[in-house]
Design a protein around this ligand. Structure first.
Ligand code: GDP
Length: 691
């Protein structure tokens, strides 16, 4: 069985502001691409995967991270881009694995604040885009205004390749400026039947003007077309398509289409445009990563003959089996073979591989460069991990699990659910490595920690709704830290007789503040060679690191400090590790005491969208919550407030915002850094001070 040529693969996402029509457009994509025809995607001789009934019932595809569609001999892997801004790692990872995006705009609202956020994220990842101005049937829909919004507000070079015939109730069809045809969609077949006709005379002059503008703009960006244009040679549809493809893939311009997804208008031309203008994995080129052995940069070409490499961009906990979604960047791997996970240092067998379609999953025998598949059977891998050829390792994404900033105590309402919850938590963590579970040492309660109040809220709701475990929970709490502002030294001696043997250790170290207050504490040593036997050095350094992590004088983890071991001595009799550990942690505390520790609290980056009228009241609330507003802007009727805020002060803010704005405000808060707690609030922590 020959595999599908890579230039026929499109890994795409649909991104949009809430309510612009992303869901409707995605559903129409699934509807028109049907899947009665079986081309390319099913490898010969393989039975359709036998999903268990309950798996089918649960509708794994409803929430599938990637769905495969077939359109005009192309395979589209439609990657779900989470709209939820609280899970930034997830949004960014989705943007990372897609090669191109369809951005849906509301034809009435045009560019909305949230579309700016995703647009700039896509800019950062260099994702080529085409835009779909949806809802042209709505009163007030204005194609030109939307196009100019994309230019002005998003700073893009917009190239309309269609022109709507009418708007609102007169919206009847679309002029295809590339082909110079008039396209209509048959209501009787829910838009399945598309008619292509000559442009009606009443639209001739207008569409000629739009087409000239299209050619002029393209000629500015694409030399071969400029040559034709200047030589006044005839320009064909295929010349235009080649030029459009080149400038879109290069990220120089954005083709603009229009339609009304709900009225089944404009979807097929949009699907065509994905084929014509968005890049294939081959266009995207080499993937870059690092060699985990030496940290050097390595690249992998998107070809089957290169060493295997893939990124796990999403893990979905399902009732029956967890699904791991892989974007394969290079090489190929057959179902049942093993791949290497450089983070865990383990081999993982890709037991079953499947492709998820609108209605079911189908087994595939092999995963090839450029493609996206879901696999089952992985044990230790989590979202964000790389899988690769063992002898030729590569890390595609830096291993960066940001530390959690908010925790909540949880308890199942029925004791029978205790075991189920204990089983479920690790699965949720595979899906979302920013979640942590622990036990509160003071109360013995189970704690769930994450990136924010909303993050935990969504997770708790899921546990209840999807897995049927009813939970009782406490109030969310932020995780504090401790650091120092000045350098100081501390030393400690441990001396004791244990079982007749003398135990002795002495440690002297120096603490100094680092610029990144919330960053991990560094342990260095400045001892002359031979001060202590080198075999004990790792144990000594680890003791210091553990002292920092275990908590400082307030009991919070010590961060943003460099600890330099200046001198050490110990007796090798008995169990020297015990003595070293005790002396190191006492010396650490002494130095901390001498430096005078301060408490840090987590801050988040804040972005609020509210109708202009509510700005005053929201600003006042923000002030009460110690938020710092950095800038405000206006976008149509909506104001955008950006700033930073202490995460602990923002608990309950969403509810407050909704009630203050009649439900019209939205906000996001993303962990940013740690900053000193004001003195009056630090005083509240004094009872925790040790010694
Ligand atoms: P999403 O939030 O971006 O996923 O948007 P949805 O697809 O859920 O659409 C939001 C609302 O707009 C729904 O009520 C849709 O029925 C409606 N809608 C979507 N597309 C169109 C369209 O082309 N015309 C009109 N008039 N309404 C639409």
């Amino acid at each position: 069985m020959t595999s599908l040529p890579k230039d026929r693969i499109r890994n795409i996402g649909i991104v949009a502001h809430i309510d612009a029509g992303k869901t409707t457009t995605s559903e129409r994509f699934l509807y028109y691409t049907g899947r009665s025809h079986k081309m390319g995607e099913v490898h010969d001789g393989l039975a359709v995967m036998d999903f268990r009934e309950d798996e089918r019932d649960r509708g794994i595809t409803i929430s599938a991270a990637a769905t495969t569609l077939t359109w005009r001999d192309h395979r589209f892997n439609l990657i779900d881009t989470p709209g939820h801004v609280d899970f930034t790692a997830e949004v960014e990872r989705a943007l990372r694995v897609l090669d191109g995006a369809v951005v849906v705009f509301d034809g009435v609202e045009g560019v909305e604040p949230q579309s700016e956020t995703v647009w700039h994220q896509a800019d950062r990842y260099g994702v080529p885009r085409i835009a779909f101005i949806n809802k042209m049937d709505r009163i007030g829909a204005d194609f030109e205004a939307a196009v100019s919004g994309i230019e002005k507000r998003l700073g893009a070079t917009a190239i309309p390749i269609q022109m709507p015939d009418g708007s609102a109730e007169t919206f009847a069809g679309i002029v295809d400026l590339v082909e110079s045809t008039y396209v209509t969609f048959d209501e009787g077949t829910l838009g399945r039947d598309v008619a292509y006709a000559p442009i009606p005379a009443r639209l001739a002059a207008l569409s000629e003007a739009w087409r000239s503008r299209l050619i002029e703009r393209l000629a500015e960006l694409h030399e071969p077309l400029a040559d034709l244009f200047l030589a006044e040679k005839p320009i064909t549809a295929s010349d235009l398509r080649a030029a459009l493809r080149a400038v879109t893939v290069a990220g120089k311009a954005v083709p603009i289409l229009c339609g009304a997804a709900l009225r089944n208008i404009g979807i097929q031309p949009l699907l065509d445009a994905v084929c014509w203008y968005l890049p294939s994995p081959t266009d995207v080129g080499d993937a870059t990563g690092t060699d985990p052995r030496d940290g050097k940069t390595v690249v992998r070409a998107p070809v089957d003959t290169a060493p295997f490499s893939a990124l796990i961009f999403k893990v979905q906990a399902n009732a029956a089996a967890d699904l791991f979604y892989l974007r394969v960047y290079s090489g190929r791997l057959e179902a049942g073979e093993r791949a290497w996970n450089p983070r865990t240092g383990e081999r993982e067998r890709l037991r079953r591989m499947l492709r998820v379609f609108a209605d079911r999953g189908e087994a595939v025998a092999v995963a090839e460069a450029g493609d996206i598949v879901a696999v089952t059977g992985l044990h230790r891998s989590v979202s964000g991990d790389t899988l690769c050829a063992e002898g030729q390792p590569i890390l595609l994404e830096p291993i960066r699990f940001p530390s959690t900033v908010v925790s909540i105590a949880i308890e199942p309402k029925t004791s029978g659910d205790r075991d189920r919850l204990a089983e479920l938590i690790p699965r949720l963590q595979r899906e979302d490595p920013t979640l942590r579970a622990s036990v509160d040492p003071e109360t013995g309660q189970s704690l769930l920690s994450g990136m924010g109040e909303l993050h935990l809220d969504v997770t708790l709701k899921r546990i209840e709704r999807e897995f049927g475990i009813r939970l009782g929970f406490g109030k969310p709490r932020v995780s504090y830290r401790e650091t120092i502002r000045a350098s100081a030294e501390g030393s400690a001696t441990y001396q004791r007789q244990v079982g007749g043997e003398p135990l002795f250790a002495r440690v002297r170290l120096r603490l100094a503040p680092l610029t990144d207050q919330g960053g991990r504490t560094e342990v260095l040593d400045a001892m002359a060679q031979g001060t202590i036997p080198s075999a004990y050095l790792p144990a000594l350094r680890e003791s210091v690191a553990n002292a920092a992590e275990g908590g400082g004088l307030y009991g919070y983890p010590v961060t943003g400090v460099s600890a330099t071991i200046e001198d050490a001595a110990f007796s090798e009799s008995g169990q020297p590790e015990i003595a070293i550990n005790s002396a190191a942690s006492h010396a650490f505390r002494e130095a901390l005491r001498a430096a005078g520790p301060i408490v840090l609290e987590p801050y988040g980056r804040l972005e609020i969208h509210v109708p202009e009228d509510y700005v005053g009241v929201v600003m006042k609330t923000l002030q009460q919550r110690r938020a710092i507003v950095l800038d405000t802007g206006f976008a149509r009727e909506s104001a955008v407030i950006r700033g930073v805020a202490p995460i602990g002060e923002m608990f309950g803010f969403l509810t407050a915002l909704r009630s203050q704005t009649q439900g019209r405000g939205s906000y996001m808060l993303e962990p940013l850094d740690y900053r000193p707690l004001p003195d009056n609030l630090t005083a509240l922590h004094h009872d925790k001070l040790i010694g």
